[in-house]
Write a protein that binds this ligand. Structure first.
Ligand SMILES: *Cc1c(COP(=O)(O)O)cnc(C)c1O
Length: 361
């Protein structure tokens, strides 16, 4: 078998090897059907089984209550930046947005096209290196909803618990940490996540929404933009991204096989712990870029003593098999994305490399 690299790309990101091998087995002819999943009708019996199993497994993994719907849509998390306000801003046409990074800002930008946006808090003055405290949030009790971004992919920060928003519906962009741990879904009105970070290939976006919110979706909306249409049509109003849904379904089976999200979370805490300990134990050679209490378990961001060394670090790491270590230009330095599928031995190899690099440089 060909050798695989250590892929620490922020997204599209690493998939479990077991999933890739399973897909390879079924690529030419899916379970004796004589065709691949890519070639079959989305209205046929086989694909029906695939999409229903993916929904059922997601429901089991997250413990999603019956009064929520699960949608598999297209357009990425980016389309949700528009769909959320278009559907949920009425009746008040005002919403609260918590600004913790570039994606959060992009979400607020689209909402502003629909209604009034109150930035309930922003940590931009600190280059988004931290998550705002509950006491900093200036929430409007009459807002249509509160939007926040659970994990800030670029900056390496993460909310370790949900903001408290009282009775106002809570909406979350969970694109880069969705299903890295179990959530209390009842705290949320709507959660969305593009698949290509922690769930599967790009092309499918998961939306979980509480059914009472569908009352807000106006018939005047463009058809594809209307959540109610997608719920009424079981995510099959138009052709869904059949193959990516199939792969995501395999990822769900992989998570179930491992023992579920509590087991996954333990592994994630352990993995991130190894890497952050190496950073903190480097006598200041490696420096984390975020507030320690807000560190992400998924995207670990850090810097070296200077940019020249960072460049060298990335080049030499590439030679031993690490791909995707370059941090986003707005933070600089290094970013290692260690999503669910990234193995612990990969983190250990990175820590080893860091220790050698420090010694030699
Ligand atoms: C990657 C990312 C997005 C954008 O996702 P697309 O699927 O490319 O639209 C939005 N929000 C967060 C938090 C992300 O990490």
């Amino acid at each position: 078998m060909e050798k695989r690299i250590y892929n620490v790309s922020a997204g599209p990101a690493i998939l479990p090897e077991e999933v890739l091998l399973e897909a390879q087995k079924d690529l030419f002819s899916y379970k004796g059907s004589g065709m691949s999943v890519m070639e079959m009708s989305h209205r046929g019996k086989i694909f029906d089984g695939i999409i229903n199993a993916a929904k059922a497994d997601m429901k089991t993994l997250l413990g999603i209550p019956d009064n929520y719907s699960i949608l598999f849509l297209q357009g990425g998390a980016t389309l949700q930046f528009s769909m959320v306000p278009l559907n949920l801003m009425p009746p008040n046409n005002k919403a609260d947005y918590i600004s913790t990074g570039s994606w959060a800002k992009k979400a607020a930008k689209e909402a502003k096209r629909v209604g009034k946006v109150n930035i309930a808090a922003t940590t931009e003055a600190d280059n988004f290196s931290r998550i705002p405290k509950q006491s900093e949030l200036k929430l409007d009790a009459d807002a249509s909803y509160v939007h926040y971004t659970s994990n800030n992919t670029i900056y390496g920060t993460e909310w370790h618990s949900e903001p408290e928003v009282g009775n106002v519906p809570l909406v979350c962009d969970a694109s880069s940490d969705f299903m890295h741990k179990k959530l209390d879904i009842t705290k949320y009105a709507l959660i969305y996540a593009g698949a290509q970070k922690n769930l599967g290939p790009s092309g499918v976006t998961c939306v979980i929404l509480r059914n009472d919110l569908l009352e807000r979706s106006s018939d005047e909306l463009h058809t594809y933009m209307n959540y109610k249409i997608h719920v009424d049509n079981d995510s099959m109003y138009n052709t869904p991204t059949t193959y990516t849904i199939y792969i995501m379904g395999l990822v769900f089976k992989w998570l179930l096989g491992m023992g579920g999200l509590d087991v996954m979370y333990k592994k994630n805490v352990e993995k991130a712990g190894i890497l952050y300990s190496a950073i903190d134990g480097s006598d200041g050679y490696y420096r984390g870029t975020t507030a320690v209490e807000d560190r992400s378990l998924m995207n670990v961001t850090y810097r070296l003593p200077n940019e020249e060394l960072e460049k060298k670090f990335i080049e030499e790491a590439k030679k031993v098999g690490f791909e995707g270590l370059k941090g986003h230009r707005s933070v600089g330095g290094i970013r290692a994305s260690i999503y669910n599928a990234f193995p612990q031995h990969g983190v250990e190899a990175l820590v080893d490399f860091m220790s050698h690099f420090k010694k030699n440089n």
